[in-house]
Design a binder for this molecule. Structure first.
Ligand code: PKZ
Length: 240
């Protein structure tokens, strides 16, 4: 009962922020639900397994000091309203609850690619923050040992995945549902497994349904440029 209440309070805290966002409410819950049902809405946010859903973007023991420092830095900035931490679950559908009516909640067996391991430390450890006023996202990313290639360094595809995720989240928070149409990456310096890097992504321009973004991955002291990328996302049509 106590655990349930804690989760409920956490869910409500998230909802308070999500309700303030121009786009996220369309993705995350139905506006038509009356205020009297607020507790149910909170549980809906943590659906499909209200008891078990884990927010992967909270600190865990595998995080390095650099990872924690970046997390603390942006959590502090979040106190001033400019940045918000993006919660992160392992099922994409958990982010898209409004698509499913109460009676048709599917059994989710799929997983978000970057959240597909149950064990912490081994794969993608990351937390993203979104700045609505500046339409940009930062991601603190720690590459685990299962992302290797070449020996000792992160795989280029894993780096592409974190760029896609960070720019995808930035676009989703800015305009709503999107798909990646184009991703160009220049790899400048290898990322050592276990190290923490900062992914900085911003919306450059929006032309109709086309959203253009640029991304840089740098060491936490900003001195090393690991990768730079541009991306084009296409906003989904209303019917999709
Ligand atoms: C709790 C809070 C959580 C919130 C935080 C969420 C957290 C969770 C974050 C996870 C974030 C993961 C983000 C991953 C996102 C993928 O990885 S999606 C998977 C990879 N992408 C795909 O599979 C897409 C495959 N391609 C397609 O489906 C279709 O080609 C597209 C991209 C949807 C476009 O098709 P369409 O809608 O029919 O658009 P279309 O009319 O062809 O083109 C529209 C315009 O775009 C242009 N265009 C289309 N494609 C291209 C292209 N490749 N190059 C240049 N121009 C193009 C067209 O020329 C056209 O331009 P205009 O004529 O209007 O000037």
């Amino acid at each position: 009962m106590f655990r349930c209440s804690v989760r409920l309070i956490k869910g409500l805290t998230q909802i308070t922020w999500l309700q303030e966002q121009p786009v996220l409410p369309n993705l995350l819950y139905r506006r038509s639900v009356p205020a009297a049902y607020l507790p149910s809405r909170a549980l809906r946010v943590t659906w499909p397994c209200a008891e078990e859903v884990k927010d992967f973007s909270l600190t865990n023991p595998s995080w390095s000091p650099n990872m924690r420092n970046l997390y603390n830095k942006y959590m502090e900035l979040s106190q001033q309203e400019s940045w918000k931490r993006l919660p992160s679950y392992n099922a994409t559908a958990t982010h898209l609850i409004e698509q499913y009516p109460d009676s048709a909640k599917p059994q989710v067996t799929t997983r978000l690619f970057t959240r597909n391991l149950d064990v912490e430390d081994l794969g993608f450890e990351y937390v993203m923050f979104y700045n609505q006023a500046e339409q940009r996202t930062v991601c603190s990313f720690q590459a685990g040992p299962y992302l290797e290639s070449p020996i000792g360094f992160a795989h280029g595809g894993a780096i592409a995945a974190i760029v896609d995720t960070t720019s995808g989240a930035c676009t989703i928070c800015t305009v709503g549902k999107v798909k990646t149409a184009n991703l160009n990456i220049n790899y400048r310096s290898p990322i050592t497994l276990g190290s923490t890097v900062e992914v900085q992504c911003r919306v450059d321009k929006i032309e109709g349904r086309k959203i253009f973004l640029s991304t840089e991955i740098r060491s936490v002291n900003s001195q090393v440029l690991h990768a730079e990328a541009t991306a084009l996302f296409i906003q989904m049509k209303m019917s999709e």
